[in-house]
Design a protein around this ligand. Structure first.
Ligand code: 16G
Ligand code: ZN
Length: 513
């Protein structure tokens, strides 16, 4: 089988993954060596995939996704056909250095994860690489740890208190401070569907630590009985079926807020029902708008010159983009995949990025943090409290990568501060009706896009036909792109009415036959 390091790293049926684990582990060690011993991460997880799958991703030294050139090297290392070929490649990529390469590893709770983690450690030993195994952690927790370790100038792993304790301290202290200073709502209740994944473990810890501030109720929180992982539950299930997860069907209390995280807790979506049981999804677009609305108020109150931008993908609902325009917030569209959004978000003092599917975070630039820590000496109380709130949010929200847990706390603190409930959040705008369809084609590689995947340059002539169809519908929009994770192309269409969106979708799909 041929591995390709995609947006989600390597992912496949667990028994076929050994070469990818060996290649990724070698890549992590070599990358660490190239960066003079900075710590690099290896996380073993297949996120929302079925329990029989597994996967692996390398976390770069800044705590973000692996750099593009190393993605390529990682792919080559995973696709060698013999041990001698692997050794030759390792020699080619080896940068002579006296530094000690260091790798941290973690895994989700899939039954195949411990064996794959052991395999990774065997390779690290063979490559004389120092490592620390964090066991069961969420993907964003390991990203956070890598960032923390490398911020420390000696690149040593802090042992007292250990990084995971610092993670909980950072999130919980910031939440408690925001709650005490700015929120008026008394102890909100939130039910969280944990997808029976690794996220159950830190969510238990958070609910314990924050019990005075939030009533967090966990469901689908059995990470040990593997048959339940992502099975009828989790963020991906709820988003794609637009319905509650198992154990909530017909049990949702009207107007109460619910959330689902995915199998490795790097994405989250919220939802609620109204009295007549109508199900409403509060997806990544809405998380982004809720957070940026509050951030904009705080920046205005702080009177500091801080730029704010929102990064979306082509899948963001047209109404959310229109809302941001009205709000006067600069909005950028990028290609699908966290690394593209993250990269753009870095261009702002405060960069908010979310994919509609719930992946995302808010980045505060170094320049922004400097301004917040060193504000003008003459300040009003309003300015001071806005600056303090921005600083607390920068501690609360994972700065390495999108994190379901910190996003959960950020949403609750903003809802509390704005005195907004689930219904008020939903009422910020009405989604344009839309449809997303997966179409099987003979060869998806012939679909080449431009303009952040919103237009096709190949097959030649197809985009003009799509444009022609779109022009026939009020508020019409449609695009076609090859999936990066499945052998199919995706067709997205939206229009003013449900009927029109469905009709437009069917006609664009018709062009692909
Ligand atoms: C991956 C990406 C996700 C993106 C999805 C698109 C990361 C961590 N994950 O799961 O952000 O939305 O791919 O899948 O970047 P698609 O290319 O099949 O539509
Ligand atoms: Zn995930």
């Amino acid at each position: 089988m041929k591995f390709s390091y995609g947006t989600a790293g390597f992912r496949t049926e667990a028994s076929l993954l050994d070469a990818a684990i060996i290649g990724s582990t070698a890549a992590a060690a070599l990358r660490s060596l190239e960066l003079r011993g900075k710590t690099v991460g290896v996380i073993i997880t297949a996120s929302h995939n079925p329990v029989s799958d597994n996967g692996v991703k390398v976390i770069d030294a800044d705590g973000g996704m692996l750099s593009m050139d190393w993605e390529e090297k990682c792919t080559k290392l995973a696709n060698v056909t013999s041990k001698s070929e692997l050794e030759l490649l390792i020699k080619e990529y080896l940068v002579p250095s006296t530094f000690q390469p260091t790798v941290v590893i973690g895994m989700d709770t899939r039954p195949s994860s411990p064996r794959l983690s052991e395999l990774s450690k065997v390779i690290l030993d063979e490559l004389s690489t120092a490592y620390k195994d964090y066991g069961f952690v969420t993907t964003p927790q390991l990203h956070w740890i890598v960032k923390l370790i490398n911020q420390n100038s000696s690149y040593s792993i802090p042992s007292n208190p250990p990084p995971l304790v610092l993670y909980y301290d950072s999130l919980c202290n910031a939440y408690a401070n925001i709650f005490s200073s700015f929120t008026v709502l008394h102890r909100p209740t939130l039910t969280v569907d944990c997808a029976n994944g690794v996220g159950s473990l830190p969510l238990k810890e958070l609910s314990k630590r924050l019990k005075d501030y939030i009533n967090i109720r966990l469901i689908n929180n059995d990470p040990c009985t593997s048959k339940y992982l992502n099975n009828g539950c989790g963020a991906d299930h709820v988003k794609t079926t637009q319905s509650p997860p198992v154990n909530l069907v017909d049990k949702m209390v009207p107007n109460q807020l619910y959330a689902s995280v995915d199998g490795d807790a790097d994405r989250i979506i919220f939802y609620f029902t109204e009295k007549e049981k109508k199900f409403h999804l509060l997806d990544g677009d809405r998380i982004s708008i809720l957070l940026v609305s509050f951030l904009k108020i705080l920046v205005q109150k702080s009177r500091l010159p801080l730029s704010i931008g929102v990064i979306q993908t082509a899948y963001a609902n047209g109404s959310s983009t229109a809302y941001l325009k009205n709000l006067g917030v600069l909005t950028i569209c990028t290609k699908t995949g966290v690394k593209h959004l993250h990269h753009e978000a870095k261009n702002f003092d405060i960069g908010v990025y979310f994919e509609a599917n719930g992946h995302g975070t808010v980045l505060f630039s170094q320049g922004c943090l400097h301004k917040l820590w060193n504000p003008p000496t003459e300040k009003s109380d309003t300015e001071t409290s806005a600056i303090v709130a921005l600083l607390q949010l920068s501690q609360l929200i994972n700065q390495a990568i999108g994190d379901a847990l910190s996003d959960l706390l950020a949403v609750l603190s903003v809802l509390g501060s704005l005195l907004c409930d689930a219904k008020g959040w939903l009422s910020m705008y009405d989604d344009l009706p839309n449809k997303l369809v997966k179409v099987k084609v003979a060869d998806r590689s012939v679909f080449v896009t431009t303009d952040a995947e919103r237009r096709l340059v190949k097959p030649v002539g197809l985009q003009e036909k799509i444009d022609d169809l779109v022009s026939q519908y009020e508020n019409g929009r449609s695009f076609v792109r090859a999936s990066g994770t499945e052998d199919a192309v995706r067709v997205y269409a939206e229009a003013k009415t449900k009927k029109a969106a469905e009709e437009l979708s069917a006609k664009v799909c018709g062009l692909l036959q």
